[in-house]
Design a protein. Structure first.
Length: 186
């Protein structure tokens, strides 16, 4: 199963992603985690990415596309994966489509975790990561609205989009996720 998981910052994607990879035995490809690790290790990529991350901006497409290209070639991806935080722009989605077409491994679904913006801001304000300062939060929500939300139409048109209501308990939301993924797996 190859799944893309899309949702604004604060939607609770991380929590649901952990459950999904465990239940469905998927490799977890979180570009946020990969970039934070690169930044902390001060690799060449990490040094390039850190200014963008600190400002709540997206890192340039070329950087992130290369990271994903290399990651998808690793053996643990052959059994299926969850793309978490990628793609985040139309250019990234188009690059992904080309990579997967070349491999002959199409996506099974694109899950959108949907949470209204006022609720997101409330949740993020109470979280306290270094890039969670109010101005940076605002910037990340702007990046989502302007650069990532156009992907919803992109994937709706290809028939892959499944929208999941992100309000409720972790358990309630995971049941909604399961009802989509159990159908795909069968
Ligand atoms: P969030 O908590 O906002 O969902 P992530 O943990 O997924 O954020 O990512 C943190 C930061 O890493 C983003 O604000 C952005 O700077 C960068 N980043 C992660 N994934 C991508 C991507 N696919 N394209 C560009 N930048 C990305």
């Amino acid at each position: 199963m190859r799944i893309v998981f899309i949702g604004p910052p604060g939607a609770g994607k991380g929590t649901q992603a952990e459950r999904m990879i465990e239940k469905y035995r998927l490799a977890h490809l979180s570009t946020g985690d990969m970039l934070r690790a690169a930044r902390d290790a001060q690799t060449a990529v990490g040094k390039k990415a850190e200014t963008y991350m600190a400002g709540g901006k997206l890192v340039p497409d070329e950087i992130i596309i290369e990271i994903i290209r290399e990651r998808l070639a690793e053996p643990d991806c052959q059994g299926g994966y969850l793309l978490d935080g990628f793609p985040r722009t139309i250019a990234q989605a188009e690059a992904l489509d080309r990579m997967l077409a070349d491999k002959g491994t199409p996506l099974g679904a694109v899950l959108e975790l949907n949470v209204p913006e006022d609720e997101l801001f409330r949740r993020l304000a109470g979280r306290g990561r270094a890039d969670d300062a109010p101005e940076v939060i605002r910037q990340r929500l702007v990046a989502y609205r302007e650069q990532t939300s156009p992907l919803l139409d992109y994937y709706r048109q290809s028939g892959l989009l499944k929208t999941i209501d992100g309000l409720g308990t972790v358990e309630e939301i995971f049941q909604r996720v399961e009802s989509v993924l159990d159908r795909l797996a069968s």
